[in-house]
Design a protein around this ligand. Structure first.
Ligand code: CP
Length: 306
């Protein structure tokens, strides 16, 4: 089966076969990052542009490394030092960049749908690196890659996604990706942080964390996104942490070999305790490391269309 998509805008737009193909394509690229010379010629002559209109450590670095390890030319456009500050529109900025013959545009933006709008107006492939509260598809793909690597598969696993679901594009992408690939998904958080439509996506909703964690194989803890909250969703951070923070004691409720995941950046002592974040159950740095292989696999698949 070949990959037919020009762009990667959401998990919603991918079929289970597409997801399986991306995970399969990523596999050989994992070995490349372990070599002394971490380079293959797969994207030689191609140009990848990173356009991050929101802060990022993991995703931006990972896309840059992935493109460089594929031998692409990589440009990072920083909005604060670009002509965006002079009032140029996002579309004009990107059309000007594209006129220099780019092949892949990686966009992070605070507006939901920004990558989708852009993709309609450009010839280059567009990869959504996070758009507002909407989706963060490559995060979900690297999370699935990590689960598959550690658990040998995804189908049938019990996965709990815990915390600030309402503001989390990672949660939306992961719910879609995990259910598509046959996992059973539970979400847990305060009623004010669980959107009402969520059960329609095929997940079970819990408001008591201890119940949600019972026997699960994987726990995905979410960052409390204070910067996206216009009002208070719970009495205090201490209260939130007491009720929804993942501690070593709570982790005992999960399966003995449960994985603890977090997309980062981690608020230590709020959604996850220091000892759990650093425990043998935590695969947080494996997620980051696998992100490079998954983004290499994805850009390789997209490059086959150009
Ligand atoms: N997981 C993630 O998107 O992290 P960054 O915001 O650092 O890219």
């Amino acid at each position: 089966m070949s990959f037919k998509h020009k762009d990667i805008l959401s998990i919603a737009a991918l079929s289970p076969e597409d997801v399986a193909l991306i995970l399969e394509a990523a596999e050989p690229f994992k070995e490349v990052s372990g070599r002394e010379i971490k380079k293959v010629p797969a994207l030689r002559g191609k140009t990848v542009v990173n356009l991050f209109f929101e802060p990022s450590t993991r995703t931006r670095t990972s896309f840059e490394l992935a493109a460089k390890r594929l031998s692409a030319d990589v440009i990072n456009v920083s909005p604060s030092s670009s002509s965006v500050v002079k009032g140029e529109t996002l579309l004009d900025t990107i059309r000007n960049v594209e006129s220099m013959q780019t092949d892949v545009l990686v966009l992070r933006h605070s507006s939901a749908g920004a990558a989708t709008t852009l993709a309609r107006h450009v010839r280059s492939s567009v990869i959504n690196a996070g758009d507002g509260w909407h989706e963060h598809p490559t995060q979900a793909l690297l999370d699935l890659f990590t689960i598959q690597e550690k658990k040998g598969g995804i189908r049938g696993l019990q996965v709990a996604i815990v915390g600030d679901v309402a503001h989390s594009r990672v949660a939306r992408s992961n719910i879609r990706a995990l259910t598509k690939m046959g996992a059973h998904v539970r979400v847990a958080g305060p009623p004010t942080m669980i959107p009402p439509f969520l059960e329609r996506l095929g997940v079970r909703v819990f408001h008591h964390l201890d119940e949600a964690l019972s026997g699960v194989d994987v726990i995905i803890t979410l960052r409390l996104q204070l910067e996206r909250q216009g009002r208070s969703f719970f009495p205090s951070i201490r209260e939130y942490s007491r009720l929804y923070g993942l501690t070593a004691e709570r982790l005992q409720r999960a399966a003995k070999d449960a994985l603890v995941m977090h997309p980062g950046p981690v608020n230590r002592g709020i959604e996850i305790s220091h000892d759990v974040a650093d425990s043998r159950s935590a695969v947080i740095l494996d997620q980051v490391s696998n992100g490079v292989a998954v983004r290499m696999g994805l850009m390789y698949l997209l490059s086959q269309l150009h």
